[in-house]
Write a protein that binds this ligand. Structure first.
Ligand code: SF4
Length: 446
């Protein structure tokens, strides 16, 4: 890491780097040959992309391979099942096995649950009997919109829950060619007040493109909040400071705010280091000066941020920068899940330990939260009773709003890491059991 290296406007031209630049990256940063080859191997399956800012400012090369930022962006051994890694290695060593390699990569990806939480089957809305591409409508008041040109990111997270967006398979991808169908849908559904523009990362788009997607939505009066889901503040804060259209994007934000709407930048920060550079601080200051708010969220993941002190620092720094700590998510059951998952009991301990040490105004964050097929389930804690230990649970969001906010319980298991590992207690209300029970232990996949 060269935190002292100042990124001037000239030095900050965005250049995506991936498997093809691996030799160059290894040479430049002294990545040992065996680690370089591991990254090359795993990147056949897991999307790999970085940029100069991530490489220069965020990765601590003295601590590789254990550095959390290195683990966050470089695919590594252990992220896939051992048997799959062995088969990949055998095929990679056989120059004539290109087709077999392709088939193997497809097979491994298909086993990585590319669309968790029933996204493909349950959340895609219809208009006049036809599915609306590039949209999801799961909770009454919010739709997700995936603009076609925003379906990549400035760098890729190895734990990404949307990895299927990046692997070049049209069947696995959500993408809207433009906002017209979205706008028609919104006009027929005035109950939708929030549009979450997401990806990938919509902030990879130029300001002109982003404006083309947002402007028509601003013509729908019932939409009161625009949210933009992005990791650009962490991976490419120059987007708001030095990019050629950085000032334009801030003017666009001002315009959204001037319509009387709330503009919320839903910033994905995984580690406090992502908030330490002068340029990210400046980017946050500039965004807030437009009247937009910054809400921060990320999953708790092993090898990257699975300790309380990391989260305490993360939330404290966000709060000090005027942003709102919002969600600590449980890692979703997709991609290299077994490598990154943290048991729910440990997640509760980490959350509570960090939360207790925050000033009151920073205790805006909720967690640990599972974003599952039936809805968002928060684990409020673990209780010990004469009958045994239990997870205290509550729906924060549900397809059926009458389920929201009501407590229920599941038996404690030290290895439970997702809803599908939980067993609801006998006193669970019938409607909650009906909504959730099918996705709990022994009943299916959440
Ligand atoms: S920024 Fe989000 S969508 Fe992009 S790779 Fe990371 S987790 Fe996936």
């Amino acid at each position: 890491m060269t935190l002292t290296m100042a990124h001037s406007a000239e030095a900050s031209r965005f250049r995506a780097q991936g498997p093809r630049q691996l030799d160059e990256i290894a040479k430049r940063y002294g990545l040992p040959a065996h680690l370089r080859e591991d990254v090359r191997l795993l990147s056949h399956v897991l999307p790999f992309r970085v940029n100069d800012y991530v490489l220069d400012e965020l990765v601590d090369w003295r601590r590789v391979p254990d550095d959390p930022m290195f683990r966050l962006v470089f695919p590594q051994r252990g992220m896939l099942p051992e048997v799959d890694e062995r088969r990949l290695a055998a095929l990679a060593g056989d120059g004539g096995a290109k087709l077999a390699m392709k088939a193997e990569v497809r097979r491994i990806r298909a086993n990585l649950n590319p669309h968790p939480s029933g996204q493909k089957e349950l959340n895609v809305p219809s208009l006049d009997g036809e599915q609306v591409p590039g949209m999801q409508h799961k909770y009454r008041e919010t739709v997700l919109y995936f603009p076609g040109q925003g379906q990549s990111c400035h760098a890729y997270c190895t734990y990404c829950f949307r990895w299927a967006q990046f692997v070049g398979d049209a069947d696995l991808r959500f993408a809207a060619p433009g906002p017209l169908r979205l706008v028609s849908y919104l006009r027929r559904h005035p109950e939708v007040t929030d549009v979450l523009v997401t990806g990938g990362d919509p902030m990879v788009m130029s300001t002109d493109r982003l404006r083309d997607h947002l402007n028509p939505v601003l013509g729908v009066d019932s939409v009161r909040t625009i949210r933009i889901g992005t990791k650009s503040l962490a991976y490419w804060p120059h987007r708001y400071v030095h990019d050629a259209d950085a000032d334009d994007v801030l003017r666009l934000f001002e315009r959204v705010v001037a319509t009387g709407r709330q503009l919320a930048v839903m910033a994905h920060f995984s580690h406090p280091r992502e908030l330490e550079t002068p340029v990210v601080r400046e980017a946050m200051r500039r965004i807030r000066a437009t009247g937009a708010s910054i809400y921060c969220q990320a999953p708790l993941v092993a090898h990257v941020n699975d300790d309380a002190e990391t989260w305490r620092r993360l939330w404290s720094v966000q709060h000090a920068a005027g942003a709102v700590p919002y969600y600590l998510f449980v890692e979703r059951d997709t991609g290299p899940y077994d490598y990154f998952k943290v048991p729910l009991g440990a997640a509760v301990d980490i959350f509570q330990d960090a939360w207790r040490r925050l000033p009151g105004l920073a205790r805006t964050v909720r967690g640990p939260v599972m974003s599952t097929t039936p809805g968002k389930v928060i684990v409020d804690g673990v209780t010990a009773t004469p009958e045994g230990r239990f997870f205290q649970l509550r729906m924060l969001q549900a397809r059926d709003p009458s389920l929201v906010a009501r407590p229920f319980r599941a038996s404690y298991r030290s290895d439970a890491a997702w809803l599908s590992d939980l067993e609801l207690t006998a006193d669970t209300p019938d409607d909650i059991r009906a909504a959730i029970g099918g996705y709990t232990r022994g009943r299916g996949i959440a």
